[in-house]
Design a protein around this ligand. Structure first.
Ligand SMILES: [Zn+2]
Length: 136
């Protein structure tokens, strides 16, 4: 998995032009912002990660954990536990900005104290509200 500072242009897919901004592509050796994340935001990330968008063939492992092992997340919405590290989370803010994060972001927040940028978390809430309107 490549390392990107937050708010880089996403160019992982060689064949298509950059289309979004990177969030949460963390790697050992690079500092990242830390802080508390509200439970609603964490649950949103776990639900969006469950969609397994842009699934890759292999698995990416967290470089902060000592050994390469799969990490898992629990999605309340889908009532399901799933493995992280082979898919992305893609969210669009109400103003149309696309953000691309590895679904490992849920693990980074939960186990390594990563605090994603506020504007990304706002876009996540906007995307979730559009995707799953209240009561749906
Ligand atoms: Zn880890």
């Amino acid at each position: 998995m490549p390392y990107y500072p937050d708010f880089s242009l996403y160019d992982y897919d060689y064949y298509s032009p950059p289309e979004g901004m990177t969030i949460g592509w963390l790697m050992k050796g690079h500092d990242f912002p830390q802080g508390d994340v509200e439970i609603e935001d964490l649950e949103n990330l776990a639900d969006l990660g469950h969609l397994l968008e842009e699934q890759s063939r292999g698995w990416h492992y967290c470089t902060f954990c000592g050994k390469p092992e799969l990490q898992y997340a629990w999605s309340e919405r889908f009532d399901s536990k799933y493995a992280l590290g082979s898919a992305e989370i893609r969210v669009r803010s109400d103003d149309g900005t696309l953000y691309v994060a590895p679904n490992l972001i849920t693990h980074y927040v939960l186990d390594h104290g990563y605090r994603p940028p506020a504007e990304f978390l706002r876009a996540v809430r906007e995307d979730v509200r559009r995707r799953w309107p209240q009561g749906a």
